[in-house]
Write a protein that binds this ligand. Structure first.
Ligand code: KG4
Ligand code: ZN
Length: 360
């Protein structure tokens, strides 16, 4: 369990009563959980006035993955200019803000600390509430931001570099975990397979791009746990199967088509995830499915779930690409929904690298 302290609502000098967190509420969101430095101003929890993202991809690219120390240092350098740019683009000043929300976890502790420290300092100086947001819950809110009709209850597939979860979102702040990966997250598998194939970091978009040129039926990679009951998935074996296949081809002196391998790997992920997700949707009799997280940017997964939902009469929502990967607009939107429920966070609260979804 998390040791995060959730402060009971109490009036601050300039904060509004809970019932006044309305469509004019301006919340600054800050996201620094991993390798994107982002700040955003969102009005009323739904209208994005700015969403500035400084990517660190080039810094980590030469290492083939995120280096936590480099990520934290880059956040220190980028965060203040990114916040300034977010306010400029939104055409608001610090003094217009009603609250400051920042990702409290899960994520890399060094990275989380930068955003949380800056958010707390700003909230204290401006005398407005600080809201510590769960990064996973924030991803769910990217669906509410991108589709005015989207609402709870909904089944959610949250699929990213750090997590792969199937969730039944009953209402704001009430999430039931239905299943998830028992080993690697889907995005982690994309990145590791891409690295093995010599592709650039992050590997997910590269595999997506190459797959368009390949044959998804070229190699029949295993689909683990497909016939097992429940909604858990496993990607570690699939990743190993790709590696073993390439090594076997190489030692036999055969030709390897990176495009075919990428397409076949991606098809296996899509088959697994579409089947498990639609089983979960049926199990909870969900009328809506939200797809979110970085891997939600994958074109084949978007198409696969869109078609499956259309066939099942389920309303499907997926954010545009820039709201799938890490961004601060989803943090501001989630923070606003927390404020509406009377939650904000003590300035004593510490970032939690393992913050579970249920704690939010
Ligand atoms: O949500 P996110 O930005 O960060 C985490 O919270 O993990 O997700 C990043 C992950 C990376 O693993 C990246 O390779 C993957 O999302 N990703 C994709 C695509 N775009 C990003 N995976 C597959 N296809 C894509 N188009
Ligand atoms: Zn994320």
């Amino acid at each position: 369990m998390s040791d995060v302290v959730w402060a009971a609502p109490r009036p601050l000098a300039q904060s509004k009563p809970v019932e006044e967190w309305d469509e004019d509420t301006l919340v600054l969101g800050i996201e620094t959980s991993c390798d994107e430095t982002s700040a955003s101003v969102v009005r009323g929890g739904r209208q994005i006035l700015s969403n500035v993202i400084a990517s660190q991809v080039e810094l980590h690219g030469e290492y083939g993955g995120i280096v936590p120390e480099i990520a934290a240092r880059a956040h220190v350098e980028s965060l203040t200019p990114v916040i300034r740019e977010a306010l400029l683009q939104a055409d608001v000043t610090f003094w217009d803000l009603d609250a400051v929300a920042a990702t409290l976890g899960p994520g890399l502790i060094g990275s989380l600390l930068i955003g949380v420290a800056e958010a707390k300092a700003m909230a204290a100086v401006l005398d407005v509430p600080f809201v510590g947001v769960n990064h996973l819950e924030a991803h769910i809110y990217s669906n509410l931001l991108s589709d005015a009709e989207a609402r709870f209850p909904a089944a959610v597939l949250l699929i990213s570099g750090g997590h792969t979860l199937l969730v039944h979102a009953h209402e704001h702040g009430n999430y039931e975990l239905l299943g998830g990966t028992i080993d690697d997250a889907a995005g982690e598998a994309f990145d590791k397979v891409a690295r093995f194939l010599g592709l650039d970091y992050p590997g997910g978009p590269e595999i997506d791009r190459l797959s368009l040129l390949g044959n998804p039926a070229a190699v029949d990679f295993p689909r683990a746990m497909l016939r097992e009951p429940g909604f858990d998935v496993s990607y570690s074996g699939l990743k190993t199967a790709v590696i073993n296949y390439v090594r076997k081809c190489e030692s036999a002196g055969g030709e390897i088509s990176v495009q075919d391998i990428a397409a076949s790997f991606q098809q296996a992920v899509v088959d697994i995830q579409v089947l498990k997700t639609m089983s979960a949707v049926t199990h909870v009799a969900a009328e809506r499915l939200f797809l979110c997280g970085g891997v939600a940017a994958n074109s084949a997964l978007r198409k696969g779930l869109e078609e499956a939902c259309a066939a099942a009469g389920v309303t499907f929502t997926v954010p545009p690409l820039d709201l799938c990967t890490d961004n601060a607009a989803m943090v501001a939107a989630c923070g606003t929904a927390m404020l509406r429920r009377g939650f904000y966070t003590s300035l004593d609260a510490a970032p939690d690298p393992n913050l579970p979804l249920a704690a939010s």
